[in-house]
Ligand binder design. Structure first.
Ligand code: SF4
Length: 313
């Protein structure tokens, strides 16, 4: 399958640049592998606002209903510089399909960043976000943003990858010829993935495509894009997946032997009981789609949402 190349904004230290406070980079196998399938936009907000490498520790503290960024060793308050840089950078970044930011950082942390009650960092307040990450989450509500720690969790990683590759695919489709035929084909390919994520949005998106009238492609694309992004907001439950899997299984039920059918239903039970990974079921459905020459199912993104190599970690 031909996958679109997502554009991912990434903390520069995670992309291997030696920009951390101690002059080190972070080595993360999954991030490294994903970058071989993506266009990366590296950013180190601390370097960008003029803090050097190596640099003294900076921290976030909460004061007068505001999060502030401070460097205790120098007495520098860098809140304003970070806000200005973040706004400038995020306005200029262009089309983006996802963010991977460094966990716990006072600038990049999506979660887990230590927040203090005082500028010297002696009294703990709570765990929260870094200042650059706060701006990312405010401005890019529907774009997936995770840190490298969260991406070690298989289900979070899968949800991230599905969105990043789907959004890149939509961007590729609508940035090329922009015909209603392309959008219809795109929508058909996403039928079972959308059914899994959000049945209401699947119907809504179908109506948007069907409402097309000559000369109105731009407004249809705008409406479709907004609804498509919001369809992927919530991670689907195992029950949603089983519903889709049974729908796809229905295509083969007349062609399979009783033994094959019973075996598959047994595997579904095992998946329900968390004894096997869903990938076992998906691989079997994909093999049957090949065996019975079902090209409609083979083009379904549910069976191939992102490159196979990314399943390996
Ligand atoms: S976490 Fe962010 S600010 Fe810190 S070194 Fe990495 S890229 Fe730079």
């Amino acid at each position: 399958m031909n996958f679109a190349t997502p554009t991912i904004c990434i903390s520069a230290c995670l992309a291997g640049e030696q920009v951390r406070y101690d002059g080190q980079a972070i080595h993360d196998d999954f991030v490294k592998l994903l970058l071989t399938f993506s266009n990366a936009v590296n950013v180190c907000p601390e370097l960008a606002i003029g803090l050097g490498v190596p640099r003294a520790r900076i921290l976030v503290y909460y004061h007068s209903s505001e999060f502030r960024l401070f460097q205790p060793a120098t007495g520098l308050d860098i809140t304003q510089q970070m806000k200005e840089f973040s706004d400038w950078f995020l306005s200029a970044i262009g089309a983006i399909d996802g963010f991977i930011l460094k966990a716990k950082s006072p600038s990049c942390g999506i979660s887990g960043t230590k927040i203090y009650k005082d500028s010297t960092g002696t009294i703990f307040h709570s765990r929260g976000k870094g200042l650059f990450a706060m701006r990312v989450l405010e401005r890019f509500e529907h774009i997936p943003a995770e840190d490298e720690g969260k991406l070690r969790d298989e289900s979070i990683r899968e949800h991230f990858l599905v969105r990043v590759f789907s959004f890149a695919d939509l961007r590729r489709t609508i940035s090329q010829q922009k015909t209603i035929g392309d959008l219809i084909e795109f929508h058909q390919n996403y039928k079972y993935l959308l059914m899994t994520y959000n049945q209401h949005k699947l119907r809504q998106l179908g109506k948007i495509v069907a409402s097309y009238q000559k000369g109105e492609i731009d407004s249809v694309i705008r409406e479709y894009t907004a609804a498509f992004y919001s369809a992927f907001k919530k991670k689907p439950s195992p029950k949603n997946h089983i519903n889709t899997i049974l729908h796809i299984f229905g295509y083969f039920s007349k062609s399979l032997t009783a033994d094959e059918k019973n075996h598959f239903l047994h595997l579904i039970e095992q998946y329900q009981e968390s004894k096997i990974r869903r990938k076992v079921l998906i691989d079997l459905l994909r093999n049957w789609a090949h065996r019975f020459g079902n090209s409609y199912l083979l083009s379904q993104k549910y069976l191939n949402p992102y490159p196979e190599e990314l399943h390996t970690l």
